[in-house]
Design a protein around this ligand. Structure first.
Ligand code: ANZ
Ligand code: ZN
Length: 842
């Protein structure tokens, strides 16, 4: 019989759906396991081959856990609000709801074609009013607990999307989504006070099983630093407070720098002798992004304030004050004490403006550059701190500042509050109402969901107002407090909102009294294993951990953290058709002939296609025509082969290029498994010669799945299949256990073969095989004995036999002894467990 993967996959996908094979129910008799993958944004492009890498990896974990007796929840849904859909709708004059519905249908059928063991009864969609009712409810709770507030903000404004962006959506001064220019603009925004959770968001990472780089990213983003606030007096009598992580270097502070937006500048207008210059500098700085301003490589600029100076509190020295855009208004106090000898930016600035550089930590050469890596240094030129280590000096100066009332220890965070308003249509309406008399009022919970009205004009207003602002019939309402006329908030929530709690909804998707019932979250929560892309390990994780902590504080969920374990997969890359390596041989040759050398040929490609031509492996992109569509792969090779291949492609956490050659290898492997079903041998149990291989493979595959080493698990299965072929076929028990081990990777073919061999029920419900540790290692190995490199004998020796023992056994072998007869032994080479070579002369 032929391996007809199309018919088999279609058949089993239908059986699983009809019989609800993977539906999860609360069952207190079993341990639970909640496996989660990031739900996709249903884009118009459909599924990408990157999606199945994550989904298949945790599908394998989920399937194995089920077989090992766990009650497994493995759900899927749609993160469907957001700009691309809205932009598509705008361009094509369709309602985003319809666009979303079509995209979801396509994604769903593509996912089902992969044979993933999702519980489709728990599907959620962030754009469904029954879902976003609870997103809005959570917002109201945040508001009621003082964690949502409205603020006039200097916000990031994407000039192309015409939308306010959160800091985290600005990458290198450009819009994360469209790459457009980002400028500053003042707007009144809803903000979430994530900073109130900054300490807990760092400290609680300690108890979690997150991969290291994710922990590092979370910590860096929150950016907790320990230092001091120090008060300098200005010659005007005003206090100027700075934040420094290096109070120990106070004796080396030779000037001060204020952010161009520093509020004290307003008070000093009358005193400043160069006010016009100051104003011009302020205006120029306002046009730059924070990224441009703090870029290290950039030439330092600034203006010295004429008419006002400051006094260093530790030695009474009068020092100049500058404005410079390398100091940000939004961090610390917006003012710094500059220590050019030990800070690179201050050093560069001091060089431009010819300011004194005073060394206070010995060990570097401050004539040449700032000495910054000085944590182990000793203080010099520093009054009572001289002779102390940096660590001692930090303590001593902080104590001194506190005694003198000139400063105190201070902790600072990079993390800012979360800008939660978007001036767009396709998002959750913010359930707030503004009344002239009562101010901002929350909508009563009984009025949730506040449904997005159906409109046809999605274009944002010229000043960036939400399109909803044009719809008076929706905007005008009554005040929930006084009953007078009032207006609804017309901003919507960012896409991050719906994804900040979706993992809770899966536990109880139809609950209509709360986001999730206590019973469900107590049983299923927290998520045992969460996998997703590295691109979401900063913000999405941070936001969802924040919301979860808040829900914990108000008693909705029983744990402070949502996810016990977090892993991330590497991207699947494509071949760059313009790279020299990837050109067909004939074309390579032609190009080399034309240009004179391979080097020149490469240079010509870079000339033609840009620097990218130097990289043989790149992100898949439409413009390069190297995008692989999972539908095509499934049609040609089948879902089982695609799954197997995506797991075999390389180390899970690393990026890997797509290779058509190795996908064919995976298909051949499945064909060999199919072929084994026609080589069943009489007899039960494992044959003695297969015993070690069977036990060892069971152990290896199980352990590898648990640490996402699916590539080596598959390799182990491949060698088991080779051994079975070499042994003339498989007994029923050998074959059954092979199918069980292979099932998480290739669920369709294994269901079919299980059924054909008369296995009980679906293999998805069968028990994961067990191994006996004692039987995992071979007790003897075959060692080849050579004399002068020529094979003479094969000996069966105990594993790891000592060298002397192995040599003695070799020499005792009759054939070897005959070859040694009358010769002088000059060298004995022994490769443990493999080979003995005896070199003789004469
Ligand atoms: C004096 C000093 C001496 C500093 C020295 C560093 C090295 P983190 O770790 O990021 O918290 N700083 C403070 N506020 C700033 C602002 N608003 N804009 C730009 N820079 C600012 O860094 C804190 C350090 O960054 C502070 O410590 C301050 O420079 C600078 F050898 O003070 B330091
Ligand atoms: Zn009112």
């Amino acid at each position: 019989m032929k391996y007809d993967f199309k018919a088999i996959e279609h058949k089993w996908q239908k059986v699983w759906a009809d019989e609800k094979t993977f539906a999860a129910q609360i069952d207190h008799t079993k341990p639970k396991f909640y496996a989660l993958v990031e739900f996709p944004y249903p884009s118009a492009a459909g599924l990408h081959v990157g999606h199945p890498r994550s989904y298949t990896a945790l599908d394998i974990v989920a399937r194995k856990k089920r077989m090992a007796g766990y009650n497994v929840l493995y759900p899927m849904g749609w993160d469907a609000f957001g700009l691309p859909t809205e932009n598509y709708a705008l361009k094509n004059h369709i309602n985003p709801e319809i666009v979303t519905r079509n995209n979801v249908a396509r994604f769903k059928s593509q996912l089902q074609a992969l044979g993933l063991s999702f519980d489709w009864d728990r599907e959620v969609n962030t754009t469904d009013p029954a879902y976003y009712k609870w997103t809005q409810w959570i917002f109201l709770q945040l508001y009621k607990h003082g964690l949502a507030y409205k603020k006039e903000m200097n916000v990031n404004w994407c000039t192309s999307c015409k939308v306010v962006l959160a800091n985290e959506e600005v990458v290198n001064g450009c819009c994360e989504r469209c790459g457009g220019e980002v400028v500053h603009k003042v707007k009144s925004q809803w903000m979430l006070k994530i900073t109130a959770y900054a300490d807990r968001l760092i400290d609680d990472l300690d108890g979690l099983d997150f991969i290291d780089r994710v922990v590092t990213q979370q910590k860096n983003w929150i950016g907790r630093s320990h230092g001091a606030e120090v008060t300098f007096k200005a010659t005007t009598g005003d206090d100027l407070v700075v934040y420094t992580t290096r109070p120990d270097t106070l004796f080396g502070a030779t000037y001060m720098v204020l952010a161009p937006e520093h509020p004290i500048l307003k008070d000093w207008e009358d005193r400043l002798e160069n006010l016009a210059e100051v104003r011009a500098y302020q205006e120029a700085a306002a046009r730059k992004s924070d990224f441009e301003r703090t870029e290290l490589a950039k030439e330092k600029t600034g203006v010295k304030l004429e008419g006002v100076r400051a006094v260093n509190p530790v030695n009474g020295a009068e020092i100049p004050i500058f404005l410079s855009d390398y100091v940000l208004a939004s961090y610390g106090t917006g003012a710094i004490m500059a220590v050019p000898a030990h800070d690179t930016r201050d050093y560069e600035f001091a060089k431009v403006f010819g300011l004194p550089i005073v060394e206070v930590v010995a060990g570097g050469d401050v004539e040449k550059e700032a000495y910054t890596d000085c944590a182990a240094g000793v203080m010099v030129n520093s009054g009572f701190l001289t002779g102390m280590t940096v660590e001692e000096a930090k303590k001593a100066i902080t104590q001194w500042l506190e005694q003198e009332g000139k400063g105190h220890a201070q902790v600072n965070f990079k993390l800012r509050d979360w800008v939660f308003s978007r001036q767009r249509y396709w998002g959750e309406p913010i359930p707030m109402v503004h009344c002239e008399a009562c101010g901002w009022q929350p909508l009563p919970e009984s009025e949730l969901p506040l449904v997005l009205p159906e409109i046809t004009d999605f274009e944002p207003g010229p000043d960036g107002e939400s399109p909803l602002a044009r719809h008076a019939e929706w905007v005008n309402t009554t005040c929930p407090c006084c009953g007078g006329p009032a207006k609804r908030e017309t901003d919507t929530m960012p896409q991050w909102a719906g994804s900040s709690w979706y993992f809770l909804r899966y536990m109880d998707p139809h609950c209509d009294t709360a986001p999730v019932s206590r019973e469900a979250v107590e049983y299923w929560g927290p998520v045992d294993w969460y996998n997703g892309g590295m691109e979401h390990t900063t913000l999405h994780l941070l936001y969802s951990r924040f919301w979860h902590k808040f829900l914990y504080d108000i008693g909705l969920v029983p744990t402070a953290e949502p996810y016990k374990k977090r892993t991330s997969h590497g991207m699947i890359l494509g071949l760059n058709p313009h790279a020299f390596e990837n050109l067909p041989a004939a074309q390579q040759k032609k190009l080399v002939d034309e240009t004179g050398s391979e080097k020149a040929a490469r240079a010509a490609l870079v000339e033609k296609y840009g620097e990218m031509a130097e990289h043989p492996v790149v992100k898949m992109s439409k413009s390069l025509g190297n995008v692989i569509n999972p539908d095509d792969v499934i049609a040609e090779y089948g879902a089982d082969t695609l799954r197997l291949y995506e797991m075999f492609i390389g180390d899970f956490e690393k990026a890997a290029p797509w290779s058509t050659q190795s996908i064919k290898g995976c298909k051949r492997f499945l064909e060999r498994v199919w072929g084994l079903s026609e080589m069943l041998l009489p007899g039960e149990g494992y044959r003695p010669e297969l015993e070690t291989a069977m036990h060892r493979t069971i152990k290896k595959v199980g352990e590898d799945i648990d640490v996402l080493k699916n590539n080596t698990a598959i390799a182990a299965l491949m060698s088991l299949v080779n051994e079975l072929y070499a042994a003339g076929g498989a007994t029923r028990d050998e074959f059954a256990d092979l199918l069980l081990l292979l099932n998480p990777f290739a669920p369709h073919i294994t269901e079919e073969l299980w059924q054909l061999m008369g296995g009980e029920g679906q293999i998805a419900h069968a028990r994961w095989p067990e191994y006996d540790e004692a039987k995992c290692t071979e007790s003897t190995v075959e060692v080849l004995v050579q004399v002068n490199g020529k094979p003479k004998a094969r000996l069966s020796l105990p594993v790891d036999a000592p060298k002397e023992e192995a040599l003695a056994a070799a020499k005792a072998d009759p054939a070897v002894a005959a070859a040694l007869e009358g010769k002088t032994l000059v060298k004995e080479i022994a490769v443990p467990n493999k080979l003995i070579n005896l070199v003789v002369k004469g």
